[in-house]
Write a protein that binds this ligand. Structure first.
Ligand SMILES: Cc1cc2nc3c(=O)[nH]c(=O)nc-3n(C[C@H](O)[C@H](O)[C@H](O)COP(=O)(O)O)c2cc1C
Length: 526
């Protein structure tokens, strides 16, 4: 049976032959018998890594020779016709070759040439959902899905079902003699466009965060230099456990992408909270985003296609000295949910975020800042935008002169240092007050209040010149700051809509339902 290396190499050779007009027997691979090599590859034979590397080195050298028409054969764009025609319809799999989307039907990607995903399946109750994920990935994106199952995953779904749906080999063992003749775990890690972990158990997340490599899944995750998308699924107590929080934060800081988890009912009776695997279409969306396909697929479809949405989120940190700062309890969850919703509706999204622990949603351009002054700078740089939503809890004041060194406690003086505060720039008011053309057509502010919520929001809307204000009660008893739910009032020139307590994602959905409609009625798309 042809191995992945052979398939990849054949695609490169076929593309090379098409490009140069050479025939297989005249390939000129001094060290190997060219004609036989190509014939055998076409028949589906395997090849060793060593031979493949030798051939690649030759192709690379030949491509740089005066006869070569392309300077970087491994990197040049190969059309679908070239690959499909020359390779008898086989899909090129070498990661260096430019990928093409073959066609679209109704804005949907019809077929992606040449993408490969490695799906790592963890041992959780949601493992059965990976079958639907594989089916959708193959149907919607036509990507090749190679699967790796942990030992625990095989307790929940069988490699047979996974292999039948993926129509590709399922890897389960690190110490696999056949695969490891070609250092299979490294090949799996590298010869792919994206690694997806779904469902990601608490255990797998912990082992990833700890840099473990004690099975095939963790070895390839440690070895990969490709983007990694993690879809966690576990009991809410496991998800909220300090150890899991730390592990997720570590992985996010390492650049690992997350999708979900969702909040809701768990498989265990009577259990509810955050920890449900993200819905399969949401995982597919995140995969598309990471593969850079969403710009085509969603943007072509969504009501905000062609629009730019700017969102601010999270707290700001205003330094007192190099180690201390003034902050607030904002978690950035509402802003992130708004950014994700705008992205889902097809917008290009810039999320300017203060320091938060959660990773930004997939597919948004995240700009990380610390202070209010930095946030204003990032907002200005991100303009123009069609909609600007200011959900960040920006500090009203900053310390006038942050100390260059850590402030010392002076026992003798028995006097606490006095901090002189100065007002921070008002980002909402600044942007809402920009002249037409520079001002986003729809400017939405958030008002975090602890009393007279609606009255204060009405006054704020006028004082700041915002179009809409989303007012929420952030008194400690409400649990809004840092929580997953929110009770808001939408204050517009037309009046006040009071919504019931909702998930922050649902608040985002309702807000953007109205925002997309407003934009469609009041402005023309670019
Ligand atoms: C019935 C059952 C369901 C489980 N569901 C989950 C789950 O949804 N999420 C999770 O993190 N662990 C779950 N576990 C625990 C994992 O299976 C266990 O931590 C295992 O070591 C994970 O291995 P892996 O990370 O290598 O896949 C479950 C265990 C059992 C027995």
């Amino acid at each position: 049976m042809r191995n992945a290396t052979a398939r990849a190499l054949l695609a490169e050779i076929e593309a090379y032959l098409v490009r140069t007009g050479a025939t297989p027997t005249k390939l000129g691979l001094a060290a190997v018998n060219d004609g036989h090599l190509v014939a055998n590859l076409r028949k589906g034979h395997s090849i060793t890594l060593k031979t493949a590397d030798k051939v690649r080195a030759y192709l690379s050298r030949a491509g740089r020779s005066p006869q070569g028409r392309h300077p970087e054969p491994g990197l040049h764009a190969v059309s679908h016709a070239e690959i499909a025609g020359a390779a008898g319809g086989g899909r090129a799999a070498h990661r260096g070759i430019d990928r093409r989307i073959d066609g679209r039907i109704d804005g949907r990607i019809d077929r992606c040439v040449d993408w490969r995903i490695v799906l790592v399946i963890g041992g959780g109750i949601a493992a059965y959902k990976c079958l639907d994920l594989i089916r959708r990935l193959r149907e919607r994106l036509a990507v090749e899905v190679l699967t790796v199952m942990t030992r625990a995953a095989q307790e929940f779904v069988t490699p047979l079902s996974v292999g039948a749906l993926s129509n590709a080999p399922v890897s389960t063992e690190l110490f696999d003699l056949d695969a490891e003749r070609e250092i299979g775990h490294i090949r799996l890690a590298r010869d792919t466009d994206l690694v997806v972990v779904a469902p990601a158990t608490a255990d797998l997340i912990a082992r990833m965060a700890g840099g473990h490599a004690d099975d095939l899944a963790t070895s390839l995750l440690l070895a990969t230099d490709r983007p990694v998308l993690v879809a966690p699924a576990m009991n809410p107590h496991m998800w909220l456990a300090p150890a899991t929080r730390r592990n997720v934060a570590l992985l996010a800081a390492d650049g690992i992408h997350f999708v979900g988890p969702e909040t809701g009912e768990m498989a265990e009776r009577g259990e509810a909270g955050p920890g449900r695997l993200a819905e399969v279409p949401q995982i597919v969306d995140a995969i598309e985003d990471l593969l850079g396909l969403a710009g085509g697929a969603h943007a072509a479809e969504g009501p905000l296609a062609g629009r730019h949405v700017l969102v601010t989120s999270g707290p700001t940190h205003e330094p007192i000295d190099p180690v201390r700062y003034i902050a607030n309890r904002s978690s950035g969850k509402q802003g992130a949910a708004i950014a994700a919703e705008a992205r889902r509706l097809g917008a290009r999204v810039t999320l300017v975020t203060g320091p938060v622990s959660a990773a930004p949603p997939a597919g948004v351009d995240a700009v990380e800042v610390e202070t209010a002054v930095e946030m204003l700078g990032a907002v200005r740089a991100a303009l123009p935008a069609d909609i600007a939503v200011f959900a960040a809890a920006v500090a009203d004041w900053r310390v006038a002169h942050a100390a260059p060194q850590k402030l010392k406690k002076r026992e003798a003086a028995r006097e606490a240092p006095r901090l002189e505060l100065v007002e921070n720039p008002d980002i909402l008011k600044t942007v809402a007050g920009l002249p037409p053309g520079e001002r986003p057509p729809l400017v939405v502010g958030f008002a975090a209040e602890t009393e007279s919520v609606v009255d204060n929001a009405r006054a704020k809307r006028k004082a700041k010149g915002a179009d809409w204000i989303v007012a929420n009660d952030v008194s400690p008893a409400t649990g809004v700051m840092g929580g997953d739910r929110n009770t808001v009032h939408l204050v517009t020139p037309e009046g006040v809509e009071s919504w019931p307590e909702l998930d922050k994602a649902e608040v985002a959905r309702r807000l953007f339902e109205r925002a997309a409609y407003w934009l469609a009625v009041n402005t023309a798309s670019a």
